[in-house]
Design a protein around this ligand. Structure first.
Ligand code: CA
Length: 284
């Protein structure tokens, strides 16, 4: 084993959104054996660095579901932005449909001012339709969403286009199933885009040539490694491309069924340091 790609949310991160000492130790062990480790996430790279800064780990980062690759020292290595015409189509549609959305650029997560109130309205609607509903999970999902670093608020998508910044990832978030399905239908036919989901309440769009799997392939090539000597571990459908690309794969104990079916084996859950167990299994 020469290169291990690790998803963050639901995989390396526990319920508290932190990296456990057990997982950190396992990554350090892999590094001591000469194994390269890359974080592969839908999150923006600068947000990942904030999470990693609580540890001593300097790692490669595949961000924005494969649209960016950064070296361990933070230097950009590769990026595949969404074409500006496509960005405009996506954002104008999401805004017209009153979606909460986030746009990942080089150093900021651009998002409309009114985003939070749109989600509060959705939550209120759910509670008034079913006053007994347990919204703990939904509130937890919101909390996680807003715990990212690098937010910059704008009035409208036009302000985002006006920045002229490269856009790597657009994330749309909703608590309403039908709304998410409508979004999925609107974008699944786009030839120039990759459409994935990293959690129950979102869908994400990147350039067609951006995926965690393609980014892993690029990185392995750059490091002079055969894909046979790579491994990937994750929990959600946006991990499938790298799980299929890597020579070896593991699904988290808390992974979605599609991810478990596509992986060599299932490790423990994210709250039981599943990543550490998989790393020791691979390096046995
Ligand atoms: Ca995940």
């Amino acid at each position: 084993m020469k290169l291990i790609a690790i998803d963050l949310d639901g995989t390396l991160l526990n319920k508290e959104n932190t990296i456990s000492p057990e997982n950190e130790e396992a990554i350090r062990y892999a590094r001591s054996k000469g194994v390269e480790v890359v974080i592969a996430t839908g999150r923006a790279e600068f947000d990942v660095r904030t999470i990693l800064s609580a540890t001593d780990l300097d790692l490669w980062v595949i961000g924005a579901n494969g649209a960016t690759i950064h070296q361990p020292n933070g230097t950009p290595f590769d990026s595949v932005p969404i074409d500006s015409d496509d960005t405009e189509k996506i954002l104008s549609w999401l805004e017209a449909e009153k979606f909460y959305y986030e746009v990942f650029s080089d150093s900021q997560i651009l998002t409309p001012q009114n985003g939070r109130s749109l989600l509060d309205v959705e939550l209120d609607r759910i509670v008034s339709a079913n006053p007994e509903a347990d919204v703990t999970e939904l509130e937890h999902a919101l909390e996680k969403q807003f715990s990212q670093t690098g937010f910059y608020h704008v009035d409208s998508y036009q302000d985002i286009l006006d920045t002229g910044s490269p856009i790597y990832n657009v994330l749309a978030f909703s608590f309403e199933k039908e709304k998410l399905e409508k979004g999925w239908k609107a974008f699944e036919g786009y030839e120039n885009l990759t459409l994935v989901s990293s959690a129950d309440h979102n869908f994400e769009l990147e350039h067609k040539e951006a995926s965690k799997g393609l980014a892993l392939e690029k990185l392995a090539k750059h490091l002079g490694l055969s894909l046979d000597h790579t491994a990937a571990i994750g929990d959600s459908p946006n991990d499938l491309s790298m799980i299929e690309m890597a020579g070896h794969s593991a699904a988290m104990g808390n992974a979605r069924d599609s991810v478990i079916a596509a992986s060599d084996f299932m490790t423990k859950k994210n709250d039981d340091h599943g990543v550490a167990h998989a790393i020791y299994e691979w390096l046995k």
